[in-house]
Write a new protein. Sequence first.
Length: 359
Amino acid sequence: MTIYNFAAGPATLPAEVLQEAQRDLVSLPGVGISLLEMSHRSKPVVEMIESAEQDIRDLAGIPDNYQVLFLQGGASLQFSMVPMNLLTPNGHADHIVTGNFANLALKDAKKVGNIRLAGSTEDSNHDCIPSQEQLDLDLAADYVHFTGNNTIYGTEWATEPATGDVPLVGDLSSNIFSKPIDVSKYGLIYAGAQKNLGAAGATLVIIRDDLLPRSPESLPSMLSYNVHAKGKSAHNTPPVFSIYILGLVVKWLANQGGLECMGRLNNDKAKILYDQLDSSEFFSGHAVPEHRSRMNVTFRLPTPELETQFATEAAFEGLVELKGHRSVGGIRASVYNAFPKEGVEALVSFMKQFERTHG
Ligand SMILES: *Cc1c(COP(=O)(O)O)cnc(C)c1O
């Protein structure tokens, strides 16, 4: 039986990537020992990291005045690293809170410095994205932080908030490279690898050069973007294996036809699921239709008991990890880049069957 893994992260990886990693694990071609055994200063590892970086630059069209860094600590470390580096003395930043991770980012940033709440969707249980008019942005802020896709609630920004000359910082952990991206709109982008990019352990950070001098000299070196940029992501031992998997995933994305193609595919996949939600009274989506996520489709059934039964019976059919996050309940189908369209179609037929027998 084919297993379709709807996990929210770590999440489905392309089968080709796993197969290549398995084939080459014991002995890297042309080297003869495992990548796991090699110095991060050795030529093959340095070249592997450089080519992962170059492939990311090519895939996303990253301008030359941006650094591409592979850090550790997950997206969660960025919640505090961003303010430690980007807040200026006596300065403040604006945060937009649209979900759980956005809220965690706000809480950690407040421990570091002066943060304003510039918008929140908490009143409607994060079922939407604020409009530009609803935002209360301060032109004097050091930066604006937002969360591109709300993994737990299943909402997504269709376009970035407009912040004028104030640098935009995006946590794109759960929708990075799922469609074309205009990096030049951002001052900084960060994403944990384990949703759309690969295996847990590496955090991708893309930062505009002019922001690097903001890193205070007094910062411990491991927390400084400037130090990591100068060290070309190898200030200390980087998460070599995780970067390697990320590199394979980025090559795979390019082979699929790049971000335009991924954008179309991800739209198609999400539409199949949302069309099913919209055509049924039995299932109800959490997010308002205009702000639905293409990555995490969240919905409810008439009772919590039916939701548990749905997830349990789906697992028997090979549709696993459909239970929603504990903070919102219900069902969540995460369908990131590597999740196949066939799996979405299988879920929709299961939904129809479940509604017929339990509706
Ligand atoms: C998963 C997730 C995080 C947390 O990532 P870690 O790598 O586990 O720290 C942060 N932000 C968003 C949007 C996420 O989806």
